[in-house]
Design a protein around this ligand. Structure first.
Ligand SMILES: Nc1ncnc2c1ncn2[C@@H]1O[C@H](COP(=O)(O)OP(=O)(O)OP(=O)(O)O)[C@@H](O)[C@H]1O
Ligand SMILES: [Mg+2]
Length: 361
């Protein structure tokens, strides 16, 4: 069954706030298209251990073929290793020059490349871009890192590239006067870890490392800027579609509403909103089976009716949310399943549900 979502789609970006099911949905959507005959790559971020084992990508950064008997096409998967991706980018940008080892050993680089706020978002998009550019896949599905506010994902690379380019320019224009300005910029854009490193360096070592760092990154800052432009172009292309995943709590739904507006303001293409973990079918089945049993089962009956009330209450909020966003995107309602989705059969079960639900909309 061809899903509308995949028509003329080369890239799917799964976004949403923390813990809503982005990684799971990214994998299930990839299974659908691999079954349909495409060469699909799913780029995941910190998948749960069992899911990583299932996909065969535990402990490796390399793109790996996922064994699956039902695939007419091929499913590939990879976990994004942020440090490796940043290093690969620097290696390419500096055209594998010898000086590159020096920068890899620089403690400031080590901290900035992985801990600066926005660097995970940058590396996710960098990895996406290089896989897209390779032309090896019909479809790439990108899972995104858990951000406090989902919108940070879209703004982060620009922030990072601005830090590297503007920061360096200012530093070199007026080393004396701008020293403090640059450091406060680093502090604003960085994290506690970056500060900790700055603290552990002695004054002279600090100046030396900082000097080395900027001399080296000057060589690839233009490439970084260029890459940010290329990535942005890729993200707003009509063949790149966004899937927003949300689950219940009211704060998450509010966040999702805000994000939907930001996606369209930014010129990106939001295709589908997945309302995850709605009313579970096991509740209906369970209470039905238990209906005519003896009074010993009163407790169980009680449990079922309480759970039903709980999920129905949640559904009121889901439906209000759905009514508000229906004009912006297709809505898929996916129930809470009995088990966590951590193996291939779980993914297949979920992918069948997605296909079935989308055909109803
Ligand atoms: N519809 C569902 N039914 C049952 N379990 C689900 C469902 N969707 C997701 N889960 C489970 O919820 C947990 C969180 O899902 P997942 O890891 O995909 O979320 P995430 O958005 O990627 O989280 P993070 O923001 O931390 O990366 C997982 O254990 C997953 O198996
Ligand atoms: Mg995840």
């Amino acid at each position: 069954m061809a899903m509308e979502l995949f028509k003329n789609t080369k890239i799917l970006v799964c976004v949403g706030s923390g813990g809503v099911g982005k990684t799971t949905m990214a994998a299930a959507l990839a299974v659908i298209e691999a079954k349909a005959g495409k060469r699909v790559l799913v780029l995941t971020i910190d998948p749960a251990k069992r899911l990583a084992q299932t996909l065969g990508i535990e402990g490796t950064h390399d793109v790996t073929k996922v064994p699956g008997q039902n695939f007419k096409g091929t499913l590939y998967a990879s976990v994004i290793d942020h440090k490796r991706t940043f290093d690969d980018f620097v290696l390419r940008a500096s055209q594998h020059s010898e000086a590159v080892q020096k920068i890899f050993n620089n403690s400031l680089y080590q901290q900035l490349s992985t801990n600066l706020s926005g660097s995970q978002e940058f590396t996710s998009l960098e990895k996406l871009y290089s896989c897209y550019d390779s032309g090896d896949y019909d479809l790439i599905i990108l899972d995104t890192p858990p951000t406090k506010h989902a919108i940070d994902f879209l703004n982060a690379p620009q922030k990072l590239s601005f830090l590297f380019s503007e920061g360096v320019a200012k530093w070199f224009r007026d080393p004396e006067g701008k020293k403090l300005g640059l450091i406060s910029h680093l502090i604003q854009s960085g994290t506690k870890q970056v500060l900790k490193v700055l603290e552990t360096l002695t004054g002279s070592q600090f100046i030396r490392e900082l000097g080395d760092f900027f001399i080296n990154i000057e060589k690839w800052q233009e490439k970084l800027l260029q890459r940010t432009v290329d990535v942005q172009r890729m993200l707003i292309a009509p063949t790149t579609k966004f899937v927003l995943v949300t689950s219940f709590d009211q704060a998450k739904l509010k966040e999702a509403e805000y994000f939907i507006r930001e996606i369209s303001k930014g010129g990106y293409h939001l295709d589908t909103v997945i309302l995850n973990r709605i009313f579970p079918s096991w509740l209906d089945q369970g209470s039905e089976q238990n209906k005519n049993k003896s009074s010993d089962n009163m407790d169980l009956n009680n449990f079922y009716s309480k759970m039903k009330a709980y999920y129905s209450q949640r559904d009121v909020y889901y439906r209000q949310f759905q009514a508000k966003i229906e004009k912006e995107a297709r809505v898929l309602r996916i129930p809470d399943l009995v088990n966590d989705i951590s193996d291939l059969s779980g993914l297949e079960e979920l992918s069948l549900l997605i296909e079935e639900r989308q055909s109803k909309t």
